[in-house]
Design a protein around this ligand. Structure first.
Ligand code: GLC
Length: 744
C-alpha cells in the first residue's frame, strides 16, 4: 500500500483532523460523522460496501445452527463488517488487526455478543429480573454488563429482548420482561439506558440492540420460530410499544425476528423495518437480522433463491445480514444486473459506518481491546454485590401460609433436598454468554454459608432434573426424616428455557413431582424453592406445601440471594410479571384479557369457561407476598369528572400491617368500560415500589394522563374517547381497590 494512497484515505475520513472522540447526539449521529462516512463511502468498491453489511460468527461461541470455518479469510478479503461471538481483549485485537492492517481501506470490525443478563458477572435471567419491578436495578445490571463487555473488546450487545410473551410454552419468555406492555416498555428503556450509558463513544458503553422485531413472543402454540398473525391493533397495542420505548431511549440497533408476521417474515417485512421503524419512529440506527434469517426466507416460502431473499431483505430495510452470507453472495451481482439500486446499499453502509465512527473505532480500532482494563474490570466485588442484590429483588414469595419462612439460622438439622440444590450450571440460566457457571454459588452453598455453626445441613439430590430415575429417592426420604425442616429445590434445567426450548407441558420435569409428594409425606415442614425460566403448573405444590419461593435462575450469586431470603436477611418483594396458569389448556392466559359477551358465570352454563378447569390463574400477574402484610385503603380521586385536557390524581393509603419492614409494589390499573372497540378488563398504567416500616402508612399517588387513557380506536387513530373509567390499585392485578371517574 503506497504512502500517497494512505494519506488520501486518512485525509478523506478525517483521521488526521479529528482526534476528539465522537459521542453520538441523541439523534444517533452528527454532521461531522456524516461527512467522514461519506468521505469513506466514495472510496469503497461495491464488494467492500457489501462486506460491511455482513456479520459472521466466530468459532469462539456458537449461538445458532450454522458456523463458517473461514471467517478470518472473509475478514481479510474485506467481506465482513462485523463479527459476533468473539470476546476478550486479546482475541478481538487479533481479529481487528486482520481488518485494520490487511484490508485495503482498514475499516474496523464491530464485535457483537449476546450479553443478555450480564457478561462475566451474571444477573438473574431477564424474566426473573423483571419480577423486581426495580427499574434502577435493571438499568444498573445492564450498566455493569456493558462495563464488563466493553472491557473485553465488545462494542455491541444483542439486547434488550423486548418481546411481549403471553405463552409460557415458549422458552424465550425467560429472556424478556413478561406479559405486560406498559411494564415491558419501562424495562426496555431501563435496559437500553444501562447498556448505552452516557452515550455511544464512551469506553464503557455498548450499542444496544432492540430484539426481536417484531412480535416474536406471539408464536402460535408457543412453539419457537412459529408463525405470528394478528390484527394491526393487537400488534400496535400489545407488542410494538416495548420496541418503540427502546428506540425512543436511543437504542443504536434493531434485530429482526425469525417469525413471519401476517404472512411476511420480519427480515423481508418493509411495513415493520421501514414504514414503522424508520418512518413512524424515526429510527436512525441500523437493522441486523437474526441468525441466518435472510436465508430462512426460502423455507418460509417467500423467496425462491439467494438473490430474491437478499433483495427482499435489503428493500425491506435490513442493513446487516447475520450469518446467512446472502448479501455477500448476491447484492453485488444484483446491482451489476441493474436489478437493485446501489443507493440502497450505500444507505445501509452509511448507517453501519456511522456507528463505527461514533464508537471511535477509526481513531483507535483497539480502544475496547485493552487487557489491562479487562483484568481490572471483570467480576469486581461491587459487581458481585450488585448481582446478589438484584437476585434477591427478583425472588417472589408465592406462599407462606404457616409462616415457616423466614427460617431460623440456628435450626438444628436442615435438609436441603432436590436436583437444583447443587446444580451449579443451572443457576446462571440460559443466554448466560461468557458467564462462568463454575463461579456460581449453589443453593446448598448459600444455605451452608448462612446458617450458624451449630446447624447440621443435610443434603440429598432426590432426583435428576429431567429423567425417570428413582435411584436417589429413598435416600432423600431418609434424609428428610432426619431433619427438622426441609428446603426442597425443584425446577427446570437452565436450557429448558431460552431459544429452541418450547415445552408442551408446564409440569415439573422428570420425577420431581413424585419427589415433592414423597417428601411432603414425611410430615416435615417443607419450603419449596423453584428454579425455572417460565411459569410452571405447580398446582399440587400450591395445594399441599405451605411455603413456596420462586427464584428463577438468579445468576452468579444465586445461592447467597436465596439464603438471604430464606433466612430473612432480605424480605422478599418480587411480583410476577407473567401469569402462572393452572393448566397448559388455559393458555394463552394473561390478566388484561377482554370481558367477552358472556363473561364467566359459575351458575350459567352458557358463559365463557371450561368444563374441566377454572378460568382463574394459579398466581396472577403482579402477584407476590412479603414476610410482612400490607393493607390498602380506599382509592381516592381528586376529580370524578375530567375533560380531555385534564389529568386525574389517584391516591391510596398503603399500610404495613405486619411486624417487619418490607417493600411493596403498588400497582395502578385502569379499565375503559365502553369504547368504539372492546377494551381489556384491566391495563397496568403505573406502579411505585415503596418501603414501609411496621405500622407505617403512605399515601401513594399516581397521575393518570390523557396518554394513559388513550388507545387505538375503531378507525385506528390513537387517542381517548369519552366515557366511564374504573381505576384499580393493589399489590397484584387481582386483589385491588376500585374507584371510577368519567372522561367527558
Ligand atoms: C440467536 C437468537 C438471537 C441472538 C442471535 C445471535 O439465534 O435468536 O436472540 O441474538 O442468534 O446469537
Amino acid at each position: 500500500m503506497n504512502r500517497i494512497y494512505l494519506i488520501v484515505i486518512a485525509a478523506a475520513i478525517g483521521l488526521a483532523g479529528c482526534q476528539e472522540k465522537h459521542t453520538a447526539s441523541a439523534s444517533g449521529s452528527n454532521s461531522k460523522i456524516d461527512h467522514r462516512v461519506d468521505s469513506l463511502l466514495v472510496l469503497m468498491t461495491l464488494e467492500e460496501k457489501v462486506g460491511q453489511l455482513t456479520l459472521f460468527t466466530s468459532d469462539y461461541d456458537v449461538t445458532g445452527p450454522t458456523i463458517r470455518e473461514n471467517y478470518k479469510e472473509d475478514i481479510k478479503a474485506g467481506k465482513v463488517g462485523a463479527i459476533f461471538n468473539a470476546f476478550g481483549a486479546d482475541y478481538t485485537r487479533k481479529l481487528q488487526e486482520i481488518a485494520v492492517k490487511e484490508t485495503r481501506l482498514h475499516i474496523p470490525l464491530l464485535f457483537g455478543y449476546d450479553v443478555i443478563h450480564g457478561h462475566r458477572t451474571i444477573f438473574p435471567i431477564p424474566l426473573g429480573e423483571s419480577a423486581s419491578w426495580d427499574l434502577a436495578a435493571m438499568e444498573q445490571s445492564a450498566r455493569i454488563a456493558a462495563e464488563e463487555a466493553s472491557a473485553e473488546g465488545l462494542h455491541w450487545t444483542f439486547a434488550p429482548m423486548c418481546d411481549i410473551a403471553r405463552d409460557p410454552r415458549w422458552g424465550r419468555m425467560a429472556e424478556g420482561a413478561g406479559e405486560d406492555t406498559y411494564l415491558g416498555s419501562r424495562i426496555a428503556e431501563a435496559r437500553v439506558k444501562g447498556f448505552q450509558g452516557k452515550g455511544i463513544g464512551e469506553l464503557d458503553a455498548v450499542l444496544a440492540c432492540v430484539k426481536h422485531f417484531a412480535a416474536y413472543g406471539a408464536v402460535q402454540a408457543g412453539r419457537d420460530y412459529h408463525t405470528t398473525d394478528m390484527s394491526d391493533r393487537v400488534l400496535r397495542e400489545v407488542y410494538l410499544p416495548p420496541y418503540k420505548a427502546a428506540v425512543d431511549a436511543g437504542a443504536a440497533t434493531v434485530m429482526t425476528s425469525f417469525n413471519e408476521l401476517n404472512g411476511i417474515p420480519a427480515s423481508g417485512n418493509k411495513y415493520l423495518m421501514t414504514d414503522i421503524l424508520r418512518k413512524e419512529w424515526n429510527f436512525t440506527g441500523f437493522v441486523v437480522t437474526d441468525y441466518t434469517s435472510i436465508m430462512e426466507m426460502i423455507p418460509h416460502g417467500i423467496a425462491e433463491d439467494t438473490a430474491s431473499a437478499a433483495a427482499l431483505a435489503l428493500e425491506a430495510g435490513v442493513d446487516m445480514d447475520m450469518q446467512a452470507g446472502f448479501y455477500n453472495d448476491a447484492l453485488g451481482k444484483l446491482v451489476k444486473e441493474g436489478k437493485l439500486k446501489e443507493s440502497l446499499i450505500d444507505d445501509a453502509v452509511r448507517r453501519i459506518l456511522q456507528k463505527k465512527f461514533e464508537l471511535g473505532l477509526f481513531e483507535d480500532p483497539y480502544r475496547f481491546s485493552n487487557e489491562e482494563r479487562e483484568k481490572t474490570t471483570v467480576m469486581k466485588k461491587e459487581f458481585l454485590d450488585a448481582a446478589r442484590d438484584g437476585a434477591r429483588k427478583s425472588i417472589v414469595l408465592l406462599k407462606n401460609d404457616k409462616n415457616i419462612l423466614p427460617l431460623s439460622k440456628s435450626i438444628k438439622r436442615l435438609a436441603v433436598i432436590g436436583p437444583m440444590a447443587d446444580a451449579r450450571r443451572e443457576m446462571i440460566g440460559s443466554w448466560s454468554a461468557a458467564g462462568d457457571w463454575k463461579k456460581a454459588v449453589t443453593i446448598l452453598e448459600g444455605i451452608k454459608a448462612a446458617v450458624s455453626p451449630g446447624t447440621q445441613v443435610l443434603y440429598a439430590k432426590g432426583s435428576n432434573i429431567n429423567d425417570d430415575s428413582t435411584k436417589y429417592l429413598a435416600q432423600a426420604i431418609q434424609t428428610a426424616k432426619q431433619a427438622d425442616v426441609v428446603v426442597l429445590t425443584v425446577g427446570e434445567a437452565a436450557l429448558m428455557t431460552g431459544e429452541a426450548a418450547s415445552r408442551a407441558s408446564l409440569n415439573l420435569p422428570g420425577i420431581q413431582q413424585r419427589l415433592v409428594e414423597e417428601i411432603q409425606k414425611t410430615g416435615k415442614p417443607v419450603v419449596v424453592v423453584l428454579s425455572n425460566g417460565r411459569p410452571l403448573t405447580i398446582n399440587w405444590i400450591d395445594q399441599h406445601i405451605s411455603s413456596v419461593v420462586e427464584t428463577w435462575f438468579l445468576g452468579t450469586q444465586a445461592g447467597h440471594a436465596i439464603a438471604d431470603v430464606l433466612f430473612g436477611d432480605y424480605n422478599p418483594a418480587g411480583k410476577l410479571t407473567v401469569t402462572f396458569p393452572r393448566s397448559v389448556g388455559q393458555i394463552p392466559l394473561f390478566y388484561n384479557m377482554k370481558n367477552t359477551g358472556r363473561p364467566m358465570d359459575p351458575n350459567n352454563k352458557y358463559t365463557s369457561k371450561y368444563l374441566d378447569e377454572s378460568n382463574e390463574p394459579l398466581y396472577p400477574f403482579g402477584y407476590g407476598l412479603s414476610y410482612t402484610t400490607f393493607s390498602y385503603g380506599d382509592v381516592v380521586l381528586d376529580k370524578n369528572k375530567i375533560s380531555q385536557q385534564e389529568e386525574v390524581k389517584v391516591t391510596c393509603k398503603v399500610t404495613n400491617s405486619g411486624k417487619l419492614a418490607g417493600e411493596e409494589v403498588v400497582q395502578l390499573y385502569i379499565r375503559d368500560l365502553v369504547g368504539s372497540v372492546t377494551r381489556p378488563v384491566k391495563e397496568l398504567r403505573n406502579f411505585q415500589k415503596i418501603l414501609l416500616q411496621p405500622g407505617e402508612s403512605k399515601d401513594v399517588t399516581f397521575t393518570l394522563t390523557q396518554q394513559d387513557l388513550s388507545f387505538y380506536r375503531k378507525d385506528m387513530s390513537f387517542g381517548v374517547e369519552p366515557g366511564k373509567f374504573e381505576v384499580y390499585i393493589g399489590g397484584n392485578s387481582r386483589d385491588v381497590k376500585k374507584a371510577a371517574f368519567v372522561l367527558q
